[in-house]
Design a protein around this ligand. Sequence first.
Ligand code: CLF
Ligand code: SF4
Length: 298
Amino acid sequence: APEDMAPEVWAKVKDHPCYSEEAHHYFARMHVAVAPACNIQCNYCNRKYDCANESRPGVVSERLTPEQGAKKVLAVAASVPQLSVLGIAGPGDALYDWRKTKATFAAVATDLPDIKLCLSTNGLALPDHVDEIVAMNIDHVTITINMIDPEIGAKIYPWIFYKHKRYEGLEAAKILHERQMLGLDMLVARGVLVKVNSVLIPGINDEHLIAVNREVKKRGAFLHNVMPLISDPAHGTHFGLTGQRGPTAEELKKVQDACEGGAKLMRHCRQCRADAVGMLGEDRGQEFTLDKLPETIE
Ligand code: CLF
Ligand code: SF4
């Protein structure tokens, strides 16, 4: 293990292509798009497409039932020897759609006990599921945290759906913020590695992400991934009614550089699809669509 890393942490990151830059040359991940529902609205999201929190928005992933998802994982594991991680990253929220996420993980863990389980969430439902996350040996959780100031949050999230009720504006952003911080603290306390994703939205949270970086470091996040908003009106990804653009490569780098010295930055994210398969930056998803899976898997 590297000098600055405890052996038990190293054991969790050494073959995870997102948590270790080194590992991404040798290990592959796959996603199954089993979680279509979401409990919040981000201004940059168009519900017809994948969750922009983690994955590449503006593309429609193949929606699978947990049974189909598990079948696909077994087929990929049989032909991609580098496969080390199964992630569930939407296309909605993996924890709001927890019943499906859990069923998929449970089915896969029975047949592939060594595969690492990973999930991505907006955090709103996170505190409710920490016990089960730990019980299921899910060692890696990504929370998308775009703000720690609800005033800024109100510009990003028009509403949330929480405890059977819809909240809007500042009140919604405040609840989301509190749930994200609580979820982060609970996971850290239980030894789950947490990666924080932040979507950089020029003019909305660019400067603010430095404060986000410092706060999540203080709370024990393992990695911070500052990702560019991918704004593509042609695919329906937009920001409110204003036609918000994504950052340039320079603007992204400026914020990432300004975050240096705080929570360790992930710089090799490829903003994968919710049904991506293969090494990072490679997408072999089309080789494993449902119609191509074998009837029975040895
Ligand atoms: Fe998937 Fe995300 Fe797990 Fe990785 S992706 S759920 S942590 S297994 Fe990785 Fe892809 Fe970037 Fe995500 S490169 S979008 S950070
Ligand atoms: Fe869309 Fe993801 Fe935001 Fe939900 S959390 S509204 S799916 S971008």
